[in-house]
Design a protein around this ligand. Structure first.
Ligand SMILES: CC(C)(COP(=O)(O)OP(=O)(O)OC[C@H]1O[C@@H](n2cnc3c(N)ncnc32)[C@H](O)[C@@H]1OP(=O)(O)O)[C@@H](O)C(=O)NCCC(=O)NCCS
Length: 166
């Protein structure tokens, strides 16, 4: 376990060169079938409407997050003035670096970016058996909104969780 105060880490936008590392990290954070295929992570890195951030400790990537835009139905006619939400696509921290504040730091950087862009809030989905993530998001101020049956692999239920910015 890495101690939070002893090891400095920093957050920066991901670049295409990070692709292999992010694919490997996602495969360690999620089971097969739920982990993103390489092509989807590549698509995130190429997308101009997705922010992907990595956290590094001593130049080693230890976690990453990706967040996209979600426009409310009915707002699409005037996107420039539309209210929008962040859609948290993924948040991954390598197992050996957990409980050291990396997830919190990535989440804060992502939330700062959303707030700077006048997002109304953020939403995400998390499997009901993912206790660590449920605790983490609860701590970050999210509320459970809707229980969606068989969201993952047509088998595992998920909570849709959300947080509205003040
Ligand atoms: C969820 C996840 C991103 C948390 O990352 P992390 O770097 O360990 O989180 P932090 O150290 O910043 O934790 C912040 C707070 O969240 C809560 N928390 C985090 N992990 C927890 C756990 N396993 N059990 C209970 N609470 C937890 C705690 O309140 C913690 O504060 P504390 O350590 O001071 O008690 C990480 O466990 C992970 O990558 N899991 C696998 C992938 C995943 O499920 N991602 C989320 C779904 S998209």
């Amino acid at each position: 376990m890495i101690q939070p105060d002893n090891t400095p880490y920093s957050v920066r936008p991901a670049v295409l060169h990070d692709l292999d590392t992010l694919v490997a990290i996602d495969a360690r954070c999620f089971p097969p079938g739920i982990a993103y295929p390489r092509a989807e992570i590549a698509a995130l890195l190429h997308s101009r409407s997705v922010l992907t951030l990595v956290a590094e400790m001593q130049k080693m990537i230890v976690g990453f997050t990706a967040v996209g835009h979600l426009y409310r139905q009915g707002d699409l006619k005037s996107v420039q003035q539309a209210s929008w939400y962040g859609e948290l696509i993924t948040l991954d921290v390598l197992p050996e670096f957990r409980r050291a504040g990396v997830g919190r730091r990535l989440h804060q950087a992502m939330e700062d970016w959303l707030r700077a862009g006048n997002a109304q809030g953020i939403q995400l989905h998390v499997a009901i058996d993912n206790t660590a993530a449920l605790n983490f998001y609860g701590r970050m101020g999210y509320r459970k909104m809707v229980l969606i049956q068989r969201y993952y692999l047509n088998a595992i239920d998920a909570w849709q969780m959300g947080k509205t910015f003040a």
